[in-house]
Design a protein around this ligand. Structure first.
Ligand code: BES
Ligand code: ZN
Ligand code: ZN
Length: 518
């Protein structure tokens, strides 16, 4: 598995001594001077402003070649190019300011690519009304995620020069260097995990199978505090996990239930994460139409999000909570033993389900994992992440992840976390009216309603059957896992969504208050 190396370091000399390809100054609109940088660059900026061509407005850029201009000798800029880039005006909302920095970071990466820069130094803005660590974190995320490429199967031509920046440097500007380092390291871990999730999603169905999920988790299991267990087909049979086994019947590749545990102290509560790891969804016997079927290699993005969340929290060192991630992993194909409409399966724990549509397979594999995870780990809360329904793309498009939850506190925390990191969530209702749509005449429930109405909600109702009283939230990322709102740091294709939201939520974890009985 190719893994993007996330190279970003703190530059501890004066910026004018940087002799690399591109020296970047993010500039705030309406703020005339750059904080604590040399006279030469401030003179340059004053000249540029005088022309009226650059005001520091959002996304405004101004590229110059300082070698061609004169500067005071002692502070002459050594970089090949200088880029002034507009931050716009500081927004009143803190989450918008965070996003302003990520967007600028992404734009810098794009500009660096157009001039084929290998080494880039960014001088951080000072008074951006965020802690130094957050400024460095958001900027690092934007730079590294904007620099993301997937070229495992199609190597860029050598004569075209570098397609991505080899190394970013951050200069603290007027900020405290130690805080900048802490924030940068957090940003690097988050961008690394998000890029790893994008890599998994970009891999085709024959490049990322359930076994690759297991191998990746085993490697993560070597990190401090992480422990990996893989349940194979035989284990799943012993545990009577009829959902995962049922979906797997049509595939020649064996299924796995991937388990990763992040351990701090026993006295801390456990949060359980469950991610849909469907490495290719053909629909099974209820086969999908061929147009666009190739996109169903992305049906494992929930699994990718929860595994790489574990990677990030292990690197960052989240405290006060234990975390367990489960990824049920299989393909959904239509081999001769495949599940058929009308078949009845028995889930882990004994609940039976009538298969109405073999393409509603995500809920089948998640149900086993939810029931097993809750019984085994007795978590304080459960969050599952899945590309579960086409209906969510109709309802919310590609801009909001759907959130469904049986607990208001948990729902509020996820909405807050998503807002902080630029991954917005929108809550949809649950309720007995919807639950009734999946009543079966012959089994405890059926896996699809008799019509498509409320498809995202009825899918969540199915999952809710397996969580009992445990506070639970479900994120349907079918619309946002790929072709999420295009931004400078979010390319077309897989977004790596969910990782940064989950890490934000887990980093701030406080015990949940007992829910009021409705
Ligand atoms: N993996 C799909 C959901 C999906 C659709 C993800 C489009 C991304 C883009 C899921 O397994 C599925 O096929 N769901 C069906 C359920 C239906 C048969 C009840 C759907 O949404 O059509
Ligand atoms: Zn499906
Ligand atoms: Zn699916």
């Amino acid at each position: 598995m190719h893994n993007q190396t996330m190279t970003i370091e703190v530059f501890d000399q004066e910026p004018h001594l940087f002799a690399g390809d591109l020296l970047v100054y993010p500039v705030e609109e309406d703020i005339p001077q750059l904080a604590e940088t040399g006279a030469a660059v401030n003179r340059l900026l004053a000249q540029v402003r005088e022309t009226g061509d650059f005001k520091g407005g959002k996304d405004q850029i101004f590229l110059l070649y300082p070698g061609l201009s004169e500067g005071a000798k002692e502070q002459a800029l050594r970089a090949k190019r200088v880029l002034f880039i507009g931050l716009g005006k500081q927004d009143d909302a803190i989450n918008v300011r965070r996003e302003q920095l990520r967007l600028v970071g992404g734009t810098i990466a794009k500009q660096a690519a157009t001039v084929k820069a290998k080494e880039v130094l960014v001088v951080l803005p000072k008074d951006f009304l965020l802690d130094a660590a957050e400024i460095a974190e958001c900027m690092s995320e934007g730079l590294l995620l904007g620099n993301y490429r997937f070229d495992v199967y199609k190597k860029p031509k050598e004569e075209d020069g570098p397609v991505r920046v080899e190394r970013f440097w951050l200069h603290p500007g007027g900020l405290a260097a130690s805080a900048v380092r802490t924030g940068m390291e957090r940003g690097r871990a988050l961008a690394g995990a998000t890029s790893a999730a994008r890599d998994m999603a970009n891999q085709p169905g024959n490049g990322w199978t359930p076994t690759e999920f297991a191998e990746y988790a085993k490697k993560l299991g070597k990190k401090p505090r992480l422990k990996c267990k893989i349940l194979d087909k035989g284990d799943l049979q012993k545990l009577h996990m009829g959902g995962i086994l049922g979906v797997n019947q049509g595939s020649a590749l064996p299924p796995h239930l991937v388990i990763l545990e992040y351990k701090t102290e026993k006295k801390h509560p456990t949060v359980l994460l469950v991610g849909k790891g469907l490495t290719f969804d053909s629909g099974g016997i209820c086969v999908k139409p061929p147009a666009g079927m190739e996109d169903m290699k992305y049906d494992m993005c929930g699994g990718a999000a929860v595994l790489t969340t574990m990677q990030a929290i292990a690197e960052i060192g989240v405290e006060g909570v234990n975390v367990v991630a489960l990824v049920p992993a299989t393909e959904n194909l239509s081999g001769s033993a495949a599940l058929k409409p009308g078949d009845i399966i028995r889930h882990y724990g004994g609940k039976t389900s009538e298969i109405i549509n073999t393409d509603a397979e995500g809920r089948l594999i998640l149900a086993d994992a939810l029931a097993y995870g809750i019984e085994t780990y007795k978590p304080q809360a459960v969050i599952d992440v899945a590309t579960l329904t086409g209906a969510v793309v109709i309802g919310l498009g590609h801009h909001y992840t759907a959130l469904l939850a049986n607990n208001d506190q948990l729902a509020a925390r996820l909405i807050e976390a998503g807002g902080q990191v630029g991954e917005p969530l929108w809550r949809l209702p649950l309720g007995p009216e919807y639950r009734k749509q999946i009543d079966s005449r012959v089994a405890d429930i059926k896996n699809a309603g008799s019509d498509r109405s409320g498809g995202t909600i009825t899918a969540a109702c199915y999952l809710e059957e397996f969580v009992g009283e445990t506070p639970w939230a479900h994120l349907d990322i079918a619309g946002t896992a790929w072709d999420f709102t295009e931004k400078s740091y979010i390319p077309k294709g897989p977004s790596g969504i969910g990782v940064r939201t989950l890490v934000a939520c887990l980093s701030q974890w406080q015990p949940l208050k007992p829910a009021e009985k409705k």
